[in-house]
Design a protein around this ligand. Structure first.
Ligand code: SF4
Length: 381
């Protein structure tokens, strides 16, 4: 039965996501390779891959924050507090390197706290430009990527030449193209997979060797592409927000449990992660810089977006034919909170109903959220 094969493959992805750091520790013991963690969103993992190491994107875990309270303000977002907490407790000690890249004030703070507290690990801060239009921005980006490339070469003792970097870009482009195929399949028939499984598949791509993930993804797609589409019953929703991390599965289940059907998204652990490839012609470092500066989708962690984020969102919601939008805002996420009033106004002007749901790292009762979501879905019918 294809369904059981699909569940079998998604279970393999889930096993990686459920205990990300434990699984990585085990992987390192078996494979005897270095692992470098990246903060979410902006750093091109291809550079680490080309140096023969395993790049992973740090993920928030469910762990209760304890020791970390002494290091970080309680009004910082959940992923920042969580990563600092597990870092100071020694759970990131298996990493050989840690690269933070500029996306918000909290991310900057996390990098300096972890640098102080993990002295045996190479901790880097990638100052990639947040202004995309200022003069010389391409040169600045290439210079910064070249600087980090030289440090990665020192860490691994291996030269990152253009040939190996191009090869890594091809490996990453292939994985992105398969994720886009999965996205298209799910968009056409959202009942193929619960949205929580879509998240697991994308998150696992950030934690597994890309080649292994690609192989499993190819198996999954060959099963899914043979399935008959089902008709969509429920209210079509566009999911937006959670700028740098995956929403918790219970919120996603809640949305689907009250009759919502998530037909598209703009999440980092979703469409934004795999929407755009890196060019394969010319200088590979320049191609990585170009993806960052000219090809990435709008997100509010930049100072001068070529397209306003709220306009981009309205266009995406309309294109998805969603009846409404669910905006998930991480508590204390400054970039998102800064832009939310613009989003609210733009959606209202475009006559797109939306509901804003604030999420927290700490476990909270979801009953209030359930009632609000139920009322929102009723309104859309
Ligand atoms: S973008 Fe938002 S959620 Fe992500 S680290 Fe910054 S403040 Fe936290």
């Amino acid at each position: 039965m294809p369904r059981s094969k699909i569940s079998g493959i998604t279970d393999k992805f889930r096993a990686v996501v459920d205990e990300p750091y434990e699984k990585l520790k085990q992987w390192k013991e078996v494979n005897k390779k270095k692992i470098v963690g990246c903060s979410p969103m902006h750093f091109p993992e291809e550079l680490i891959h080309a140096a023969g190491m395993l790049p992973v994107v740090l993920q928030e875990t469910d762990e209760t924050i304890t020791t970390g309270f002494s290091y970080i303000y309680p009004f910082f977002c959940g992923i920042t507090r969580n990563l600092i907490d597990i870092g100071v407790k020694g759970q990131l000690g298996f990493l050989d390197g840690l690269i933070y890249s500029d996306l918000c004030v909290q991310n900057r703070t996390a990098a300096s706290i972890l640098r102080q507290n993990l002295p045996s690990i190479y901790v880097e801060f990638a100052q990639l430009p947040s202004s995309f239009t200022k003069e010389g921005v391409m040169e600045d980006t290439i210079k910064e990527l070249d600087r980090i490339k030289a440090n990665l070469e020192k860490l691994t003792g291996r030269k990152i030449d253009d040939k190996s970097l191009k090869q890594s870009i091809l490996v990453y482009n292939k994985n992105r193209s398969l994720l886009r195929r999965l996205h298209d399949l799910h968009r056409a028939d959202p009942k193929l997979l619960p949205y929580r499984d879509m998240q697991v598949i994308v998150q696992s791509s950030m934690l597994m060797p890309k080649e292994e993930h690609t192989q499993l993804l190819e198996e999954l797609l060959s099963e899914m592409e043979g399935m008959k589409p089902t008709s969509v019953k429920g209210s079509r929703l566009f999911l937006s927000g959670h700028l740098c991390q995956s929403p918790k599965a219970d919120i996603l289940d809640l949305i689907e449990g009250v009759g919502g059907v998530i037909v598209d998204d703009d999440l980092y652990t979703g469409y934004r992660h795999y929407a755009v490839d890196v060019e394969v012609n010319g200088s590979p470092i320049q191609a990585l810089a170009k993806r960052h500066l000219e090809k990435s989708l709008p997100v509010p962690t930049r100072t001068d977006l070529p397209i306003r984020w709220e306009k981009y969102l309205v266009d995406r919601v309309k294109a998805s034919k969603a009846q409404g939008a669910v905006i998930l805002v991480v508590k204390f996420c400054e970039p998102h909170l800064f832009y939310y009033p613009f989003i609210k106004e733009a959606l209202a002007k475009a006559c797109i109903p939306h509901i804003m749901v604030e999420t927290e790292h700490e476990v909270v009762s979801l009953e209030g959220v359930r009632t609000r979501l139920q009322a929102f879905i009723e309104m859309l019918r």
